[in-house]
Write a new protein. Sequence first.
Lengths: 378, 378
Amino acid sequence: MSSVHVELGERSYDVLVAANLIPNLGRHMAARMDARRAAIVTDENVGRLYLEPVRQALSDAEIDSVEIVVAPGEASKSFSTLERVVRELLAARLERSDIVIALGGGVVGDLAGFAAAITRRGMSLVQVATSLLAQVDSSVGGKTGINTPEGKNLVGAFFQPRLVLADTSTLDTLPPREFRAGYAEVAKYGLIDDADFFSWLEENRAAVFSGEDARGEAIRRSVAAKARVVATDEREAGTRALLNLGHTFGHALEAACNYDASRIIHGEGVAIGMAMAHRFSVHQGLCAPETAERVERHLAAAGLPTHMNSIPGRGFSTSELMDHIAQDKKVKAGRLTFILSRGIGEAFIAEDVAPHSVETFIAGELAAEPAPALQTGE
Amino acid sequence: MSSVHVELGERSYDVLVAANLIPNLGRHMAARMDARRAAIVTDENVGRLYLEPVRQALSDAEIDSVEIVVAPGEASKSFSTLERVVRELLAARLERSDIVIALGGGVVGDLAGFAAAITRRGMSLVQVATSLLAQVDSSVGGKTGINTPEGKNLVGAFFQPRLVLADTSTLDTLPPREFRAGYAEVAKYGLIDDADFFSWLEENRAAVFSGEDARGEAIRRSVAAKARVVATDEREAGTRALLNLGHTFGHALEAACNYDASRIIHGEGVAIGMAMAHRFSVHQGLCAPETAERVERHLAAAGLPTHMNSIPGRGFSTSELMDHIAQDKKVKAGRLTFILSRGIGEAFIAEDVAPHSVETFIAGELAAEPAPALQTGE
């Protein structure tokens, strides 16, 4: 078993990465915290597969548990579902020192994490990540939150878990589209500051997808990269913003699609956003066209979209996308901040990007030849 | 002008206590933070009196502002009002570095503070406290939150303001019942650990109520007491729990009254709760009956209730009160924690209080001679 330590002083914790971790969940918890009672928050899909094994693992360690099951999908990251989860935690008489277990992917992790952050002003949180995206990104680092019609993740808290389990066996049951989407975040770590990792991914992509040892290795390296950034800048005062590579464009596209999973899911937005960030960097004269092409080639090889035009139903307008971009949390005094790049592994934070140049770039992207519609099926 | 510093490292801030502070609000903000845009969150009553002066003060310092007005009263500390405030902050395009000004008493401070804590994962917060309770207690220390049917303040965040203004001139327009209720929290600081302050209050109560210099002095000493406790134990891992003297019983009574202000308001619950905590201490053989009587005498002289029986409409049952007490955030492994006392200024944290002894005590209180109904008018 591989363990990555996230060093945050008294808020430090471990991320365990290995196959078949869930049967020992209770034992791992008991070794690290006062664990008597827990609420398992999950969605219907993940619950069907893993609620029983998790319940059993807790029971083996003499931890009482209750369950809170929400609908799958981004729509559960809402005020109304948050209220429901919080009130169920209270109704079950869970105390401040009891544990909320977020069992699922990014949606469940963000929602249950936020609920744990605000219930009794902060309970204990354990993330049991069952999607690739959650394992390499959202379960680590303490960002929790919900969406509102104004935008994605605009409401939330920084709230670190006490333990994260990335049980790689759960990826065997993950729908291929979800795996591909999570892979966008894996590739992101290479693109930010690790050209070697990106080259390694170019060589080992097939093995990562087929579930060989390379898969565990890719996850471990991704988690270690994220842990390093979070330890340096927990609350995103500076360098942590690099992790948003592809996210400003990606979030705007998700919002413009009303978070409709039949059109786009988060990792797909990130893939398109990363490709756009590199093309925008070329457009700004910061980066060689070959770099942007290499990024597109790798994402496309992984089955990921790289252009807005490949989103089913497309038909976005520049002004609506600019409107969503203006809601980005990184906006300061009306100035836009983007993560741009000078080359593979050379991303940087560009503050004070002129809205006009973004607008011109987006208009150009929208006017481009329609790309073939994205396969969202499997 | 008197300034009390709350020492919390990088989260430190000042509490300014003086008459006529509001006209200089913008200037005080500009001296301490990057202040360009702000949202003023207030209630209809306070807004009628102080929205215009606050707007003017901000404009004088070239700070743009928008307003969010909620209904007065505890009912606004709800999920639905929280959602409304958060969404109005987002719709107004306030950024992470912009400022939420909580203009009002405890309800507005708790609600707007919580909204600031979770919007864009944390904006800047300034508390402009216009009630005695907010000035001496709720605006200082970073506890924010809302209520749910399960109980009071069970949902929220620790989130420190960047600046607190206690403009004592605003107390001249405060309804007398609200002033009395706030006074319960002033007396609390004497009862916790400052017998001298309690004696001083016994001698100067009339002057505090009539608005002479003693009023400012009482507020300053209260804020200083709170600042000391918060600096030692920001997140209530230990001694901060002392500030809950009277609150476990008080919250249970408020919940049992459905937060109906025609029956009870927070400070009245605290007054009854503090009297009960001292009588319970006597009941447990911890404290002399004379101490409890002295506490009751002082609170009654201030026009505050000291018995559950004086709540209009009374008719509580022991089991319903025990049920609310079990929801207290201090409960750990089912054991009750109360703040009890050995004498004036000798409060202490009693963990592991047997539920049975609390039950017997409450049953005895309920069986006692009905007290005259509390005057809630004015």
